[in-house]
Write a protein that binds this ligand. Sequence first.
Ligand SMILES: [Zn+2]
Ligand SMILES: [Zn+2]
Length: 374
Amino acid sequence: MKRDYYEVLGVSRDAAEQEIKRAFRGLARELHPDVNQHDPEAEEKFKEAAEAYEVLTDAERRSLYDRYGHEGLQSSGFSSAFQGFGSFADIFDAFFGGDPLFGGGMRGGAAHGGDIAVSVEVTLEEAASGAAVDVDFDGVDVCEHCRGNGAEPGTPIETCPRCDGAGQLRAVTRTAFGQLVRATVCDRCGGDGRVAQTPCGECGGRGRKAARRRLEVDIPAGIADEQRIRLTGHGHAGERGGPPGDLYVLVNVRPDDRFVRDGNDLVTVVDLPAPAAALGTSVTVPTLDGEEEIRVEAGTQPGTVITLRGRGMPSLRRGSRGDQRVVVNVVVPRKLSADQREMLEGFAATLSEENLHAPADDGSIFARVRRAFR
Ligand SMILES: [Zn+2]
Ligand SMILES: [Zn+2]
């Protein structure tokens, strides 16, 4: 679902262009990649805001959008200029490259490594007890052969002939602001200003290499489905001496046939034939600690909840455990044999109001309604 462009930028439908620009710059400041490198959502939000800006500051596109919405733009062949861009930082540079308000965009020095996201699946038992899980993923490492400088060991590194050692090239780019002259990182030396005469044979001179990695990740007891664990410094290696990114592990907790999880509580249901509920009995229920026999008192009503204290999931923060709630589902027999019918008719004839009252129940309409909706 695409959000409304005005809503994305937080402006009214009749906002003037200046106001739209101001709103976009405000959002951009909040979503700056240097501030949000640990938040993959920031990139999506920035792209969304950039697209809204791109449409609402173009009179023709804006009126098309006002009249026909997203579909109108689509059928006119509009597609955002930012879909093709590489990284978050690149998109940001396209807008604000060289803008002192946003710290320039004169990159090319040390760069932070990218973050990596992986997902793992654990069982409910593992989520309850905590587990050590091996995760495999591809990560960019510093090349061991050249120690990251990109030159075959023992060969010289010289001044980049393309940028004369500046690390930057001047380029004219078309952006949402119109023509913009901006400095881009030199594509020959990657901003270093220096290049290897003989590129490293192992990494082709990039100084970095993708490699398969395996890491043992501790899943804390009590983790919920779709929670993320962040492992600082386990992402891609940085460039030119920059720090590595982080690894995000998304944990999926496999659904369990026996339990429904409700926060730290677990819910189970036992089916009990109506006569057993009237007579009282004991039933076996699954718990995280194994099967457990619980007592069902005589006269137990449908929907009665029996709470097993401290038998639920552990709390991530407090270490204490939630409860297990056992819901007693009293089942009225759906079919009767002739003999059973006769016996039940005989029994029904003996029933009086006395048999149905709860102990504190006076048999009034209020008590009966309360009983029914308990
Ligand atoms: Zn190398
Ligand atoms: Zn260069």
